[in-house]
Design a protein around this ligand. Structure first.
Ligand SMILES: Nc1ncnc2c1ncn2[C@@H]1O[C@H](COP(=O)(O)OP(=O)(O)OP(=O)(O)O)[C@@H](O)[C@H]1O
Ligand SMILES: [Mg+2]
Length: 360
């Protein structure tokens, strides 16, 4: 009698376990179950998301997908979670997939009973699109507030400078003096900088019609402008899908690519390689500009695009401000990947048609 009851009970356990696995298998989110850090289950969606096979993933260490500097913190959370019953709070991290690529996810862990073992269930949600949208919004807001401040300052400062310039000219006519010529030319530089700032930070004031742009052709022509600076720099171009044209404000785009190529060349004072890629993917034209130059430290990446941020003695620090505002205003996305002493890659994803501009 006891044996019959036991068999019925274990049948029930088996059935509820099968049901549990079926629910996880049909989930649209990645679910892994791990015990003692060893992955003992992953659903099909999960193995596809992690870009590996189930065989490859099951049996591996669940900390393998965590970046090195986060491993201790995650280990501690798992230890802590295993002592309780409640799910742990959701955290956001970039995890490493089987092919080595990083992907932004949010995940939570919950202690579960899996078969006869106490284990941890972790559910991952892909948040790449949310992150990209957040970054785009953040960049747009940053640029919009910078634009407002800049426009205000330019307005307040440019008018008095222009009248000083007028008086200087009058003075010069009556008392020609070499100092007055120097003063006038310095003043012109200051007025120029202010006009530039207005143009890059508030590009809508710079009205230009939207036209069709053949980027492969334009990028090749732009490279010619740098010929005198390219003795020691090898140039590699990989232009694909050149029949895919984009629409936008051509001069703004050209100025942006000019600024990026200029930065890349300036980052390689000795020898180096400048690589420009063009291809079409997922309804967007992608342009990558890479150099093998000095690179940018991790803690400075966030400063890129901030007006006047420059570490060059003769830099205005407005180059990337113009680049970021142009790409954002066309509804594109821009990411910078850089390793100090190895080089920098600026990746732009440009929509075929600009989002947000009125088409003319
Ligand atoms: N490809 C790159 N490699 C290394 N550092 C870079 C690169 N691009 C930009 N930077 C860093 O970002 C800073 C800001 O760039 P940005 O183009 O805005 O201004 P700048 O180049 O200093 O001056 P300007 O463009 O006005 O001549 C640079 O001073 C440099 O430190
Ligand atoms: Mg620059």
């Amino acid at each position: 009698m006891n044996q019959v009851l036991e068999t019925m009970e274990s049948n029930e356990i088996l059935q509820s376990e099968m049901m549990y696995i079926r629910i996880m298998e049909y989930s649209v989110e990645t679910i892994i179950i791990h015990a003692d850090y060893k992955i003992i289950y992953i659903n099909q969606v999960g193995s596809e998301f992690l870009r590996g096979t189930k065989e490859q993933i099951i049996g591996s260490n669940c900390l393998d997908i965590i970046q090195d500097d986060m491993k201790d913190m995650i280990r501690e959370r798992i230890e802590h979670g295993m002592c309780g019953e409640e799910p742990l709070e959701v955290i956001e991290q970039a995890i490493i997939r089987c092919d080595g690529t990083l992907v932004d996810v949010e995940f939570y862990c919950q202690p579960v009973q899996f078969g006869n073992r106490r284990a941890m269930q972790t559910v991952f949600r892909d948040i790449t699109i949310r992150k990209e949208t957040e970054k785009m919004l953040y960049d747009r807001q940053k640029m919009a507030s910078i634009g407002q401040i800049a426009a205000g300052i330019v307005h307040e400062v440019k008018n008095p400078l222009t009248s000083v310039k007028g008086f200087l000219q009058l003075l010069k006519e009556n008392n020609p003096h070499p100092y007055l010529i120097a003063m006038e030319s310095e003043l012109e530089k200051a007025i120029d900088t202010l006009s530039n700032l207005l143009q890059v930070a508030k590009p809508d004031l710079y009205s230009e019609p939207i036209t069709e742009i053949d980027l492969c052709k334009e990028l090749s022509s732009l490279l010619f402008l740098f010929q005198d600076k390219l003795y020691d720099i090898e140039i590699e171009t990989d232009f694909q899908d050149c029949d895919k044209h984009i629409f936008g404000k051509k001069n703004m785009y050209l100025k942006a690519f000019f600024n990026l190529i200029k930065n890349a060349i300036e980052a390689m004072p000795g020898k180096g390689k400048l690589r420009i890629e063009h291809y079409y993917q997922s309804d967007s034209v992608h342009v990558k500009i890479s150099d093998t130059g000095v690179g940018i430290p991790k803690d400075k990446i966030n400063l890129l695009g901030t007006p006047f941020y420059s570490n060059k003695s003769d830099g205005t620090g407005l180059g990337l401000t113009q680049v970021f505002s142009t790409i954002n205003d066309h509804g594109g996305q821009i990411t910078v990947h850089s390793v100090v002493d190895r080089g920098t890659t600026v990746h732009m994803k440009l929509p075929e048609n600009p989002v947000g501009f009125e088409m003319h």
